[in-house]
Design a protein around this ligand. Structure first.
Ligand SMILES: O=C[C@H](O)COP(=O)(O)O
Length: 250
């Protein structure tokens, strides 16, 4: 049976208090498309306000520290996120892997911390353009899944997001065949790790998802939703993507 679709918005370092108004229109989609889970990760500064304002939306963080507390200036723990109203944390986004030199082991530690703190972990993986051009994309992503996804956790608390780095914010996307091949490979790894429960781990596609390409991408086998950056900032763009996820296949 197909997994319930999850459409998650990652606002990255965008959004001031005035941006919360967008959540009202996004939140209305919860009633309009009850077959879709709708999530938004605003900046840390807006999480508490967003969770209070939009209790029907699944609000989350864009990162969390691997430790519960301590001398880590500028960082936020899973416990802090949870207390603020977050229900998930994105970990290992390619921008954090690049900007903060996060390794697979770092990402795995963060995913463990998120889950231990009661949050769903959305673990991001994805190849660079050079790696795809060299024909190494699947092997690279399989190794990232192996290194970044914790094996000793409840798989119900895990989501994997496949985001080819070269597709993030560029307007370019892989072909249907490329997405299908990668999601099937990720699924196989999850099943190898978790057995039948690996079938239930949702695998999101991320990278230039827009209203115009959402239906095509979301109807590829083993694509259980999307992690959306730029097009999640405005309800006028984000809600049509949610609507596409609600369309029956075929
Ligand atoms: O987390 C979201 C991704 O990085 C995708 O961003 P984008 O939709 O702006 O390409």
């Amino acid at each position: 049976m197909a997994n319930r679709k999850l459409i998650a918005g990652n606002w990255k370092m965008n959004g001031e208090l005035s941006a919360l108004a967008e959540l009202d229109a996004i939140g209305a989609a919860v009633d309009d498309y009850p077959e879709v889970d709708i999530a938004v990760a605003p900046p840390f500064t807006l999480i508490a306000a967003a969770a209070l304002r939009s209790p029907d939306l699944i609000i989350g963080g864009q990162d969390c520290h691997a430790n519960v507390a301590g001398a880590h200036t500028g960082c936020v723990s899973a416990t802090m996120l949870k207390e603020s109203g977050a229900r998930f944390a994105i970990v290992g986004h390619s921008e954090r892997r690049a900007d903060h030199h996060e390794s697979d082991a770092d990402v795995r530690a963060k995913a463990n911390a998120a889950i231990a703190g009661g949050l769903t972990a959305i673990v991001c993986v994805g190849e660079s353009e050079d790696q795809r051009d060299a024909g190494d994309a699947v092997a690279v992503v399989e190794a990232q899944v192996e290194g970044s996804v914790p094996a000793d956790v409840d798989p119900a608390m895990l989501v994997v997001a496949y985001e080819p780095i070269w597709a993030v914010g560029t307007g370019r996307t892989p072909s249907v065949a490329e997405v299908g091949e990668m999601h099937a490979a990720i699924r196989a790894r999850l099943v190898a790790t978790f057995g039948e429960a690996g079938q239930g781990v949702r695998i999101l596609y991320g990278g230039s998802v827009k209203p115009s390409n959402a239906a095509t991408l979301l109807h590829i086998p083993d694509v259980d939703g999307a992690l959306v950056g730029g097009a999640s900032l405005k309800a006028a763009d984000f809600v049509p993507i949610i609507a596409a996820a609600a369309q029956p296949v075929g």
